[in-house]
Design a protein around this ligand. Structure first.
Ligand code: F6R
Length: 263
């Protein structure tokens, strides 16, 4: 795992946008894993801007989102399909037929989860998975005690996640209590992972996840097992990290980061 600290949320987001756009330019038919949430809004706005200003081409891309609420119709503005259309898909030249989210309204949810796994496999797996981290350390909706080898399945949402996301609903009581999520094992199968973490509210959980022991109590700690995972954070979220100086040295000196120095 590598950890890169940028001065603020804008520069951290800009770096992730650059890494994603470079990956798309290198492999136009990239299979990209996507996340939702507040952290990603700024990133998707930047990618949409790159589409307009730099002709970043999404036409051959396939995408798989990490998760979707159970029993929330896609027209509902809190559904993740709605979020993705609104923040990214409607603003770029992606073919929506190639954008996949689990169907949280499917009659048979277990079957839907199995189908999602097969679909990812059929496209050769996820090349690059984007992640955020939840207040309880979740990635996707892998709540505490999610098995480190878990696959796509229905998960009951934790009180911390309900507290984190229910204010986004007009009536917080209407937030679904269950979601379909890729498993920790599904996420770890991605060829490369980028986790973007910004803001003081994430500082404690981030340090536990990346510098603490690997534990199913904090799903993001499983990323320590991944051979190609980079965590991009701002100074606020990095506040509790012990090895900050080492991470700063890496960004300033390692050859792979040279071209991003001015980002
Ligand atoms: C949602 C997802 C979640 C979020 C996490 C952080 O698709 O994958 O794991 O990334 O809950 O959300 P924000 O950015 O709202 O703090």
């Amino acid at each position: 795992m590598e950890v890169i600290i940028r001065p603020d949320a804008n520069t951290a987001t800009e770096l992730v946008a650059r890494l994603i756009s470079d990956a798309i330019r290198r492999k136009p038919d990239l299979v990209l894993g996507l996340a939702t949430g507040r952290t990603m809004e700024r990133l998707y706005a930047r990618l949409a801007q790159m589409h307009i200003e730099e002709k970043l081409d999404f036409s051959k891309l396939s995408t798989f989102n990490l998760d979707e609420y159970v029993a929330l119709p896609t027209e509902n503005r809190n559904s993740y399909r709605y979020y993705m259309n609104y923040h990214l898909f409607d603003k770029v030249n992606i073919d929506k037929k190639n954008t996949f989210l689990p169907d949280g309204c499917a009659d048979n949810l277990d079957h839907e989860c199995e189908k999602y796994e097969r679909k990812i496999e059929s496209l050769g797996g996820i090349d690059l998975q984007l992640l955020g981290i939840g207040a309880d350390g979740h990635i996707g909706f892998n709540e505490p005690l999610s098995a480190l080898r878990s696959r796509t399945r229905v998960k009951a949402l934790s009180p911390a996640t309900i507290a984190q996301n229910s204010p986004l609903f007009d009536d917080p009581a209407m937030m679904p209590r269950r979601a379909i999520t890729m498993g920790v094992g599904t996420i770890l199968d991605a060829k490369k992972i980028i986790m973007l973490v910004t803001g003081k509210s994430k500082a404690k959980i981030l340090s536990k996840a990346i510098e603490g022991p690997i534990s199913s109590m904090i799903s993001a700690s499983a990323l320590q097992l991944h051979p190609k995972c980079v965590v991009i954070t701002d100074e606020d979220a990095a506040e509790c990290l012990q090895e900050k100086e080492y991470y700063r040295w890496i960004f300033a000196n390692e050859p792979e980061w040279k071209i991003y120095q001015n980002t």
